[in-house]
Design a protein around this ligand. Sequence first.
Ligand SMILES: Cc1cc2nc3c(=O)[nH]c(=O)nc-3n(C[C@H](O)[C@H](O)[C@H](O)COP(=O)(O)O)c2cc1C
Length: 219
Amino acid sequence: MIEEVSNFLNEIRHDFSSRPLNMESVLDNPMEQYAQWFEEAVGSQILDPKAMVLTTVNSRGVPSSRVLYARGITREGFIFYTNYNSRKAKEMEENPFVCVNIHWPELERQIRASGKIEKVKAEVSDKYFSGRPRASQIGAWASDQSDKLSSREELEKKVEEFEKKFRGRDVPRPPHWGGYFMKVDYFEFWQGRAARLHDRIVYDWNKESRTWDKHRISP
Ligand SMILES: Cc1cc2nc3c(=O)[nH]c(=O)nc-3n(C[C@H](O)[C@H](O)[C@H](O)COP(=O)(O)O)c2cc1C
């Protein structure tokens, strides 16, 4: 089985066709450019355009990645929500520098962004949490995200306990759950092109001029 899959991985070839990405056509602010591509992703009925891979690196230099949902954007970066005691949260406490990667295969597009993490204000997390479905709110209380569980039943029992605890009233935001803001200082927009001659446009935040420097890099 391993060998068959390995051969298959080696055999499949996909040529990228499409539209060019030019220095002249990209927007000056990379979050605006992300927003434009996001709208196109939504228009192309991409299944989960909010999804992005977040990579953290702990204090020993060991990386780890997982998929997350972008739940908000500003002109400076991304907002996402998670458990403040999770593996990723601990790693971001040790090292606030993170990277996200987004792949929209239907559009032959990839986005890479890196930057620095900070927690959002409690009011921002409260507002987002209050709009979540009740079952997700209970889940945030019941799940000690990334911790060991003895069984599925242990988790389901905790869900029942918190359902009982909050019966008949609003579920408050757990103190260990909330948002992060990733302030981006590097962006790369990748557009697949024929014969592997892809377009790649980079935005680098220039601290002195406080503007984005843009350039093209090799595929
Ligand atoms: C499509 C998708 C979306 C996800 N969105 C989130 C999210 O917004 N927040 C979150 O904490 N975990 C989300 N997860 C779960 C994470 O991938 C991950 O399993 C979890 O956050 C624990 O990661 P950690 O142990 O590295 O901290 C999502 C998973 C998938 C597949």
